[in-house]
Design a protein around this ligand. Structure first.
Ligand SMILES: Cc1cc2nc3c(=O)[nH]c(=O)nc-3n(C[C@H](O)[C@H](O)[C@H](O)COP(=O)(O)OP(=O)(O)OC[C@H]3O[C@@H](n4cnc5c(N)ncnc54)[C@H](O)[C@@H]3O)c2cc1C
Length: 522
């Protein structure tokens, strides 16, 4: 008779894989069940346009993973299983309708000089931020990487107070609640400088006026300058395949094409799962669910605690994303050749425009001018396309999960099947406006709409790329519900992980790592 696994993990997203890596490294036997044909969830790579052109299906920027506590601990072993990064010193830039551009690079003098081209005062402010970044980052990342337990927070607050004093600690707390616009207006004077940084909030659902958004432009700006950006060598799936290989090498299993239909319980305790073919698999110690709150409710049939159930049912998702994967004869015809060196070029003209785009998407409207994140992976890693060719990773932010109308009044479609083409054309028109002639160089195109994201991975509800809004009421102690931000649930031995759980979305593997450490120690 085969022995039951110690832990069963539902879903093979990168948080599940990171959790499993840590558990198997401590001797646990782990079995992962993934409904999709491939592991990785939002981190996978494929030839979606033409043979030889390798596109990241969703996540492309692996800086959070490369800088994570998980990678610090297990990176050497993962490298033995093929993990390889492609770093760049030119992480991001913004191009504006007037043809001006601003890029952040690892060369501090160069970045500061570019900012000085817009404003002397802003260059001075940037220098000040750069100088205080090491100390400030330690404090901010300390919060963002901490378990959300009262004990851990108490220790952290004591440490912060000891290092920064009362005024410094209160300033930090104030900063964490600020909107991007409040912080940027207070720090910089030039609108292009502000918009260049504010674009990072739009990678989540932090439009410029949302409280708690300031930390994203700040961290991405400063960390981009300090560390550049990290992509996966050959594709973002390098992290997925290396983690799967590590799990299997240590006796664990990752079974794809196997959907879990329910979580089995006896007397308020999770004892295993039922697969969609009716097979029951039992776990000795833990059932770990990498699911959206809605998915958790579906598989448990209810968690037994009315407050937790209410939080799961009312959990709010962020607006969706549309992706356009392009195979290209050449990079976009940017007005400045230097832009061909950056991993990301943001087309996000102003904070006002970003605020409008977000408001329109929240109201169910196709935005008249979505923010475009133009990822240029082949600038960093030419191996992803045949010699001399390129791929583009166009992220179209924001897109409503359910379409109620069109803010520009030109698209009649109210479902994504019909809206995909005209909305993708709207995005490509924007790219063409900034880089005329680019459209002629497109040789392959694959559009992924919000509903396609959800069909591929039910955690991406309405195409929400971070499995839940990170607004303050649903973050920190409240992600996904007060009292359960540590991955526990009201059902004994049932744990919740993935982007819906603190510290949330992105490729930093935070939820999976914190949970694994909770279960087996560091
Ligand atoms: C378009 C897009 C672009 C992004 N870009 C970036 C980026 O550049 N950098 C970055 O840091 N982050 C990015 N993100 C966010 C980041 O990729 C995600 O937050 C992260 O990968 C989520 O990982 P996860 O482990 O929580 O789960 P997921 O990746 O959501 O995986 C969950 C898995 O569970 C499986 N599953 C669900 N239900 C079941 C079931 N019943 N049975 C079996 N399996 C099940 C799903 O199929 C899926 O494979 C992006 C996300 C998207 C969608």
């Amino acid at each position: 008779m085969t022995q039951n696994p110690d832990a069963i993990i539902i879903g093979a997203g990168h948080n599940s894989l990171a959790c499993a890596c840590h558990l198997v490294s401590r001797g646990w036997k782990v079995a992962i069940y993934e409904q999709n044909a491939n592991p990785g969830g939002a981190v996978k790579t494929g030839e979606y346009t033409l043979p030889g052109f390798r596109h990241d299906w969703a996540a492309m920027n692996l800086s959070l993973f490369a800088g994570s506590a998980f990678h610090q601990q297990h990176g050497a072993e993962l490298a033995q299983h093929g993990l390889a990064f492609a770093p760049t010193a030119n992480p991001f830039a913004s191009l504006f309708p007037d043809g001006k551009w601003l890029g952040v690079s690892s060369d501090t003098a160069l970045t500061t000089a570019r900012i000085r081209g817009f404003s002397d005062a802003d260059a001075a402010a940037w220098t000040q931020l750069t100088e205080s970044f090491p100390a400030d980052a330690e404090a901010i990342l300390g919060v963002l990487g901490s378990p959300m337990s009262l004990r851990a927070l108490g220790t952290l607050m004591g440490k912060t107070w000891w290092r920064r004093g009362t005024a410094g600690s209160l300033d930090l707390a104030r900063f964490l609640t600020m909107s991007s616009r409040a912080w940027l207006d207070q720090t910089f004077e030039n609108d292009h400088v502000k918009a260049t940084l504010a674009a990072w909030g739009m990678h989540l659902d932090f439009a410029p006026d949302i409280a708690g958004g300031a930390v994203f432009p700040y961290l991405e700006g400063m960390a981009g300058q300090a560390f550049g950006m990290v992509l996966g060598q050959g594709g973002a799936d390098t992290i997925t395949s290396a983690m799967v290989a590590m799990i299997e090498a240590r006796g664990g299993s990752v079974q794809c094409g196997t959907s879990v239909s329910s979580i089995e319980q006896v007397a308020g305790r999770a004892i295993g799962i039922t697969l969609s073919d009716g097979t029951v698999v039992r776990a000795e110690k833990a059932v770990i669910a990498n699911l959206s709150p809605r998915g958790l409710m579906k598989l448990t049939g209810g968690t037994g605690d009315p407050r937790h159930e209410r939080a799961m049912k009312t959990f709010q998702h962020a607006p969706g994303t549309m992706m356009i994967h392009l195979a290209m004869d050449s990079l976009p015809n940017w007005p400045a050749a230097e832009l061909k060196r950056f991993a990301y070029v943001h087309l996000a003209p102003s904070m006002d425009q970003m605020a409008r785009t977000y408001a329109q998407a929240m109201a169910g409207q196709l935005p008249e001018e979505p923010v475009i994140v133009c990822g240029q992976p082949t600038v960093v890693d030419p191996s992803r396309a045949p010699a001399g060719k390129h791929i583009l990773w166009l992220q179209v932010r924001m897109a409503p999960g359910q379409i109620k109308g069109d803010a520009a009044g030109t698209i009649d479609a109210r479902n994504w099947q019909d809206a995909a083409e005209p909305f993708a054309e709207r995005a490509l028109d924007i790219l063409e406006r900034y880089a005329p002639g680019t459209r002629e160089n497109i040789i392959g195109k694959h559009v992924v709409t919000p509903d396609m994201f959800e069909a591929d991975n039910p955690n991406l509800v309405g195409g929400d790329q971070v499995c839940g809004s990170h607004h303050l009421h649903q973050h920190f102690m409240n992600r996904p519900a007060r009292g359960y931000a540590d991955g526990t649930t009201p059902i004994r031995n049932l744990y919740h992980t993935g982007a819906a759980v603190w510290p949330g979305g992105g490729t930093g593997a935070g939820p999976g790592t914190l949970l694994a450490r909770k279960l087996v120690g560091n």
